[in-house]
Write a protein that binds this ligand. Structure first.
Ligand code: AKB
Length: 319
């Protein structure tokens, strides 16, 4: 029996993670936490309880944890990298003050916490190819700063108070259910929408810029698998590198053209996103996750592309 709160349940990851947890742990209560203006709808609303869960409201969060006897929180509240550069103070408030509220509640009530980190926790001095698990982390974006601090604070609560904190460094996540909002890797989602709609795609990232990417089913599997892993095997906690594919724009466009040859692309490089992308790893080494909790991805670029196009055609009613 598990009682789970997903904070940020209507976002790109949360909307799918909440449904997966409800499907796969049917005896559990999975509360869809949201903020006003981003209310759950449809199956997300109808398949289980939901509650306003603003990470900046500690009392409100504590009330939900008590009411539903929550034992695990997936804390997905965050501004993504490009938006965080435009609103650094808000990013700090959500990502850091919000995390502190969650960790304090977890300490008081014995709750396990998953707060994702990202490839954004690395910076220009990080080794870019085969980025090791333990290496230099000196990001220059506010998003990256909050992600490194998230890793440190989560580890601090584990070592000092025994709070069961665990997390992964997500690559750019590709999915067809909910659009990401304001990330550096968003182009790799948006190009599929343009391809299926038959529209020209304007790419904000320069050719030759490699970044780690992952299909959403693998990312969700990783989050759940890590939270269920045997703690005695974990030498690391916050956060594990996980990887499945790394590509630059021309490679993903070529892959999509194998199925939709008419895809048209032009480049209009966004200097903010490009600077962030250039500072991030080209490809991470995820051997610690493989050794400590048997992480292994299922999808590669080809199987992801087939599934994305099939599902977007259904969603958008296109041919
Ligand atoms: C972003 O681009 O900001 C995110 C991430 C890689 O953390 N998708």
């Amino acid at each position: 029996m598990k009682n789970i709160l997903v904070v940020g349940s209507t976002g790109q990851i949360g909307s799918e993670l909440t449904m997966k947890l409800r499907r796969e742990i049917p005896q559990s209560t999975v509360v869809a936490g949201y903020i006003p203006g981003a209310e759950p709808k449809g199956a997300l609303l109808e398949s289980g309880p939901s509650a306003i869960a603003d990470v900046r409201d500690a009392a409100g969060l504590a009330e939900i944890v008590t009411r539903y006897k929550i034992d695990t929180i997936y804390n997905l509240a965050a501004l993504l990298s490009a938006v965080a550069e435009r609103k650094p103070l808000l990013a700090w408030d959500i990502q850091m003050n919000g995390l502190l509220n969650i960790l304090e509640i977890a300490r008081e009530k014995g709750v396990a916490v998953f707060t994702p980190s990202s490839i954004g926790s690395f910076g220009p001095e990080t080794p870019h190819v085969g980025t090791p698990q333990d290496t230099i982390q000196r990001p220059r974006s506010m998003y990256g700063v909050t992600k490194v601090a998230t890793e440190l604070l989560s580890d601090y609560y584990f070592h000092k108070y025994g709070v069961d904190t665990r997390s992964v460094r997500f690559p750019g996540l590709i999915s067809y259910t909910t659009l990401p909002g304001g990330g550096t890797t968003d182009y790799a989602v948006e190009v599929y929408y343009s391809a299926v709609k038959g529209e020209e795609f304007t790419c904000p990232i320069a050719p030759g810029t490699y970044m780690d990417m992952m299909y959403m089913p693998d990312a969700l599997h990783a989050a759940i698998m890590l939270m269920e892993a045997d703690p005695s095997r974990l030498k690391h906690r916050n956060s594990f590198n996980i990887a499945s594919m790394s590509f630059e724009p021309e490679q993903i466009f070529a892959k999509i053209r194998e199925y939709i040859p008419s895809l048209q692309v032009r480049y209009e490089v966004d200097p903010v996103r490009q600077a962030i992308a250039t500072s991030w790893p080209d490809s991470m080494d995820d051997s610690c996750a493989r050794e400590e909790w048997d992480w292994k991805p299922t999808y590669d670029m080809d199987s992801m592309t087939v599934d994305m196009i099939k599902n977007l055609r259904l969603k958008l009613g296109a041919q």
